[in-house]
Design a protein. Sequence first.
Lengths: 82, 222
Amino acid sequence: MKATVKITLKYGVLDPQGKAIEKSLGQLGFSGVNEVRQGKLIELDIDADTPEAAEKQITEMCEKLLANTVIENYDIQLNLAE
Amino acid sequence: MQASVIVFPGSNCDRDVAVCLEAATGKKPNMVWHGNSDLPDSDVIVLPGGFSYGDYLRCGSMAANSPIMKEVVLKAQKGTAVLGICNGFQVLTECGLLPGVLMQNAALNFVCRNTRLIVDNNTTPFTGLYQQGEEVVIPVAHNEGNYFADDETLDELSGEGRIVLSYVPEDNPNGACKNIAGICDASGRVLGMMPHPERRAETALGGEDGKRMFTGLVEALS
């Protein structure tokens, strides 16, 4: 079962890379762009019998390794079409 | 006193810190590969600077899950002194021995220079040979040294005297909250710090301000 995990910085945590991207977009002439935040996207293929089991395992992965929950949120999307 | 230095793939300050530890203790430290699950008896365990696992995912996150780290956490919980320098500090936060996280420097630059530090707590085994409030010069070299924690944690750290080292405010190289350069756990026996004491432990290297951290450890733990 394929899944994607989206990891983003929590609201209120300073994101200097997002700020730098926002500034560059402004310099390129894209006006009115605000609140740019940079995150990570992790794709994985997991052996699991049910979507619930997959989600449970991936949640554990996020808590233990994939995200640092002091500063990051994670969002798990299962690709059930395949 | 016996020291152990944990060597991760990508550690690059392990041999420098070993030289300092040997000079202070008179004994060669154990160099322990991260893949081992046995840690020889040690009075102090050092997690050195470097780029463990190429800083993949997040600095220190892979190293924090190395087999040896289970042992390091157990020993720390039993009272063995643990010193994490730079990448070692990042590993200590990732494995949960210290709170907070080291984020990318606020100015997005790798910073490699001397910094002026204040010793805010000289009652730890690491800082006993410094005066309380003393200003020292120790270099930093990092891209992710911007210490961040929630307000509650920061208040707890400052209220309990667990901010051990802080940058002189006008010399904060990375945007760290409360100018934090180094913090300890509640027992005072686990210290994480971004500056590199091993890089300023001989006059030939520009000064000896870092040396007292190692000689002080020997005095405190012998």
